[in-house]
Design a binder for this molecule. Structure first.
Ligand SMILES: *Cc1c(COP(=O)(O)O)cnc(C)c1O
Length: 224
């Protein structure tokens, strides 16, 4: 139940030198662990479960930037939309439409990343390449989803020890990111976040152009 401060310091150095953001993934971990990192300066935290996020948001300091990194059900968008800093896992048009609708009601643009399916595994959510480019076009060119701010892309590599494969998957995601950045209208937008890299693959992710890594177990220890 305590934080690996040494790992935190080295991750902070690494992300600073790569111009990347470190999101500390605190899912399943107690408030005390979040507070411990908060007290040494961390402000960006990631959560996977809506109920847990709501509780932590209520109980912890209000200047924490909460990142929702899990699979989000459409009917739960309205619960987190008022305060969430960035929703990473937008993996369907249906979810994007719902976020847009909730954003309209709240009269704000909700920050989102489109999740791209890059892993070989069947279980990981996300758009495929054609779908994500299509969605980016309808947003940037046709002006759809006006109450959403699409800030970039998110992806998860396969869970494997094969570093070559992880690298290939991250390179795929980076190349889609680059391709979308060529769409007219993207240049003056805030499309600049490439969220990729976790405890076991963040080094490869940063080498492949990640601008945001999501680190849980390396900071907070293994989860049950
Ligand atoms: C749990 C989780 C993480 C953190 O994973 P670790 O391997 O503990 O660093 C990052 N991203 C997503 C989407 C997660 O669900």
């Amino acid at each position: 139940m305590s934080v690996n401060v040494e790992a935190y310091r080295s991750l902070m150095n690494l992300t600073a030198s790569s111009n990347a953001l470190l999101v500390a993934v605190s899912k399943t971990k107690p408030n005390e662990d979040v507070s411990e990192l908060y007290n040494i300066g961390q402000r960006d935290f990631g959560e996977n479960y809506v109920q847990e996020l709501l509780k932590k948001h209520e109980q912890l300091p209000q200047d924490i930037r909460w990142h929702f990194i899990g699979h989000l059900q459409s009917n739960k968008v309205k619960q987190i939309a008022p305060f969430v800093h960035l929703i990473h896992g937008v993996d369907s048009i249906k979810l994007l439409q719902e976020i847009d609708k909730v954003g309209a009601k709240l009269q704000k643009k909700i920050n989102c990343l489109l999740q791209v399916h890059i892993a070989k595994e069947e279980t990981k959510f996300g758009f495929d390449k054609a779908e994500v480019i299509d969605t980016a076009n309808s947003y940037f060119v046709e002006g759809k989803y006006a109450n959403v701010q699409i800030c970039g892309l998110m992806g998860m590599a396969s869970f494997t020890n094969d570093e070559k494969q992880i690298q290939t998957e991250f390179h795929d995601l980076k190349s889609i990111f680059t391709e979308i950045n060529k769409i007219e209208g993207v240049i003056n937008s805030n499309f600049n976040v490439l969220s990729m890299g976790m405890s076991n693959d963040y080094k490869i992710a940063l080498e492949s152009g990640s601008t945001l890594i999501r680190i849980g177990s390396m900071l907070f220890g293994t989860r049950n």
